[in-house]
Design a protein around this ligand. Structure first.
Ligand code: SF4
Length: 384
């Protein structure tokens, strides 16, 4: 398959709702069940080892109208929470075995309770992720949360989820993360080698396919991208920051590059590529995952690390990627992103780094004013 064909397949997956994603996976794996994973992070290896397809729950974009969820939330809330609830209220998730949320913000916590109350038959898990990365008990604590998840899921399915199966899943997801890192690294060195929107579609596809099917495609795509001969183009090299949970419409990502920017790095779908190295896959797999979460995770606005401030993380991401500016792309009403924006902005101003904020929401379908803002920003830097 050519690189273009692989990217097109990934883009086609973006149009599907969770039930359609599961139906597609069942064409190859007739017995597979589905399990929803709300961002940012969950140990998908446990889910996959249970014989399920972990599906990233990134809302429903513009694919459904909200007719039930609006009544259950206040109006000033991020779109991912509303459209995710709508999926459950419309029975879109009825083929799924369950869904997992984690302690990223009050909205996600309330959403998990709403789903539980409105879908009493469904298994809803809520993971309390560690808030202190350095306590002597943090590793035991994180491991015990993952063990609790394994036990509950195993009871729900009425079958064991052995360590050996989790180790096998770890190896597969290590490969997914490894090749994804390869693509990101190549794009840093050769900014035009893969469009930001294409890379975004590829990473999103990793949350919608069985890893055993996705890895060969991803490997082939990496080889094709690395072998391609691309003419460099001019543009302002930027890092996109703030889209770690709700995901921007792909049209917005296209507009960023069409308006004169070259995306060098970003935090989109970061939870599925959280680790900066392979997770150890030959020992206790739950201990390996908890250690990786504590010691090898990249920074995000929902992971609290008092020794490594996120503001330093952003500066570091910029330096390492060769970016000269930051585009903040928080979802509307996303509290963690908007609170961090204040800190990030202060740090960037101290460091004299240009930045621009462009908020988005799922149902955004026209990008003209955003395009003008980014063009003006890019031109002010290019022709300064
Ligand atoms: S988009 Fe922001 S506020 Fe909404 S659930 Fe995600 S982290 Fe929470």
């Amino acid at each position: 398959m050519t690189g273009e064909k692989i990217i097109q397949e990934c883009r086609d997956l973006l149009d599907l709702l969770p039930a359609q994603i599961l139906a597609l996976a069942r064409e190859k794996h007739p017995d597979v069940g589905g399990f929803g994973v709300f961002p940012v992070y969950a140990p998908v290896e446990i889910i996959h080892a249970a014989g399920l397809l972990p599906v990233g729950m990134f809302g429903a974009g513009d694919k459904i109208e909200l007719s039930h969820a609006d009544a259950r939330f206040q109006s000033f809330i991020c779109s991912i929470a509303k459209s995710t609830l709508e999926l459950f209220l419309r029975d879109e998730m009825k083929e799924f075995e369950g869904v997992v949320f984690s302690s990223i913000c009050d909205v996600a916590r309330n959403l998990s309770s709403l789903v539980k109350r409105n879908c009493p038959e469904l298994y809803v898990e809520y993971l309390h992720m560690p808030q202190n990365m350095y306590s002597a008990e943090s590793a035991n604590y994180a491991r015990s949360e993952f063990e609790r998840f394994r036990t509950n899921l195993s009871k729900q399915l009425n079958r064991p989820i052995p360590d050996e199966a989790i180790r096998d899943s770890l190896k597969l997801y290590n490969e997914v993360r490894h090749h994804t890192r390869r693509l990101y690294a190549h794009r840093k060195a050769h900014p035009s080698s893969i469009a930001a929107a294409d890379l975004y579609a590829v990473v999103q596809a990793s949350t919608r396919m069985m890893p055993e099917d996705f890895v060969p495609m991803l490997r082939e795509l990496c080889d094709a991208v690395e072998a391609s001969d691309v003419k460099p183009r001019d543009g302002v090299r930027v890092v996109v920051e703030g889209a770690f949970c709700e995901q921007p419409p792909i049209g917005l990502v296209e507009v960023i590059e069409a308006s004169g920017c070259l995306v060098q790095d970003d935090d989109m779908i970061i939870g599925w590529r959280l680790f900066d190295d392979d997770v150890v896959s030959n020992g206790d797999p739950l201990a390996a995952l908890s250690n990786a979460y504590l010691a090898s995770s990249v920074y995000t606005s929902v992971r609290h690390d008092y020794k490594k401030p996120r503001t330093d993380g952003l500066i570091d991401r910029m330096k390492r990627s060769g970016a000269e500016a930051v585009l903040f792309a928080p979802a509307k009403f996303c509290e963690p992103a908007l609170l961090d924006y204040v800190l990030f902005r202060q740090k960037l101003e101290e460091a004299d780094v240009p930045h621009l904020k462009i908020e988005f929401e799922e149902k955004m379908w026209t990008f003209e004013s955003t395009r003008t803002e980014i063009e003006t920003f890019a031109e002010s830097m290019l022709f300064d």
